[in-house]
Design a protein around this ligand. Structure first.
Ligand code: DI6
Ligand code: FE
Length: 434
């Protein structure tokens, strides 16, 4: 598949890069490398991390270092027993949008359902109106506020979807803002065109005509301008049918863009099987996925992206079938789904907690969900998601005693600092500033 990467293809640990001293060496740290198959969390106690030219040059026990620290790096940092994990990856967000839907939250508390609000013209469509009206500068400013909260919890890579424009100019505007965010902050952004998110009012009663627009105009334009790294759709009774979704996926394939899918969030549409058939990077939500859907995902290597924020906010009772996903060996990711309707969430750590408490994932699974498997859901396993030699040096440094602390303490933010592409970022200053 275009844009796909295979997981687990890295060189051995502990190699010294040629060309002299490393830029930085971290010692007096514990590592949650999140490498699969060894110790829980891929943990290395009393570890060391060497960084050279923005990449990881050494990851392993301090005792395996090929010399004394001061002879190995220009800058030696002592972590005082802190833990280092891969920078977190938030692999499913709708971060860029206009307006505010707090009133819908009140309506739902008073008994209205998400579907009822959507069918009455609220929901996604109310955000579409506000997003069409917003300038690029306004969208950027509001997205930056949310982005800073997410980055303040150790995220170094984020996926951002369009889908609140539903016309050519606004979808491209959203994607441009998403790209701009990567220039404003130390974060890697992967953009996803979600043109088939909802039916815009001007196409009421003509969903197939709108899908024509998505396939003939939106996807070619976004691909042509290099604004989209993937294509997504909402396959649902209040979204698009599997047939319409398949047309979107065909158009994506014609432009060599990998696909993802909002699948079986509110009902079983066979979306997981469809996504698998197209070799999708991920199928997301999955509360109503069938065993056949899970099996298809296992065969295609499609990641299950689980979104406990939407489950919680919509007071869903049907959980994604974690045990079945586990049994079939489907990689599970966890994400905020940050959006103004079903998941106004900017805390990936809270999602880790909820993935454990509400969905029954283990802490190790939930942390793999915001690191290794989230990177895979974005086609980035070769460069991100674990601490392994040659990967990008995106690190989160935590004030914790064990990795389980990241899931356990509700509302705490034990982030100490972040290294982005080898460079130390001062998050404390930013946290004080908000
Ligand atoms: N499912 C979701 O959870 C978001 N989009 C989707 O297809 C919600 C979008 C919204 O309510 O604004
Ligand atoms: Fe979503």
């Amino acid at each position: 598949m275009p844009g796909r990467e295979n997981g687990g293809e890295n060189a051995g640990q502990g190699e010294v890069m040629t060309g002299g001293l490393w830029d930085t060496l971290w010692v007096d740290v514990n590592l949650a490398t999140m490498v699969d198959g060894g110790a829980p969390y891929g943990a290395v106690r009393d570890g060391a991390v060497g960084i050279s030219a923005g990449r990881l040059a050494f990851v392993g026990p301090r005792t395996s270092l090929p010399g004394v620290p001061k002879d190995l790096a220009r800058d030696v940092r002592f972590g005082q027993g802190r833990w280092i994990s891969p920078g977190l990856v938030d692999c499913h967000t709708h971060l860029v949008y206009g307006g505010n839907r707090a009133h819908e939250f009140e309506q739902r508390l008073a008994g209205a359902s998400y579907e009822e609000i959507a069918r009455a013209g609220g929901g996604i469509l109310s955000t579409v109106t506000a997003t069409r009206e917003a300038t690029e500068a306004q969208l950027l400013a509001s997205a930056l506020t949310r982005l800073d909260r997410i980055l303040g919890e150790g995220v170094t890579t984020i996926e951002i979807k369009s889908g609140y424009g539903l016309d050519l100019p606004t979808e491209l505007k959203m994607l441009r803002v998403a790209r701009q965010l990567a220039k404003e902050r130390p974060v890697s952004v992967r953009t996803t065109l979600l043109g088939a998110h909802a039916l815009p009012p001007e196409f009421a009663g003509r969903p197939d005509d709108y899908i024509d627009l998505v396939c003939r105009d939106l996807i070619p334009a976004a691909a042509g301008e290099g604004l989209a790294d993937a294509v997504d759709a909402f396959c649902e009774t209040i979204g698009f049918t599997p047939e319409q979704t398949a047309r979107v996926f065909d158009a994506a394939a014609a432009h060599e863009l990998p696909v993802k899918l909002h699948a079986e969030q509110l009902s079983d549409q066979g979306g997981a099987q469809l996504a698998a058939r197209y070799g999708a990077l991920s199928a997301d939500h999955l509360e109503y996925v069938s065993p056949e859907g899970v099996e298809a995902m296992a065969r295609s290597g499609t990641v299950a992206v689980l979104l406990p924020g939407a489950f919680y906010v919509l007071k869903e009772t049907r959980k994604p079938p974690i045990e079945t996903l586990r049994r079939y060996g489907v990689p599970m990711a966890v994400s905020t789904d940050c959006n103004p309707g079903s998941s106004p969430v900017t805390s990936p750590l809270l999602m880790v907690n909820m993935a454990c408490v509400l969905f029954g994932m283990t802490v190790e699974e939930a942390l793999a969900g915001v690191t290794r498997n989230a990177a895979r859901a974005l086609g980035l396993s070769r460069s991100r998601g674990t601490l392994e030699v040659d990967k990008v040096a995106d690190l989160a440094v935590w004030n914790i005693e064990s990795p389980a602390d990241l899931a356990y303490a509700v509302g705490a933010n034990p982030l100490h600092e972040v290294v982005y592409a080898g460079k130390l970022e001062s998050w404390k200053a930013r946290k004080l500033g908000r």
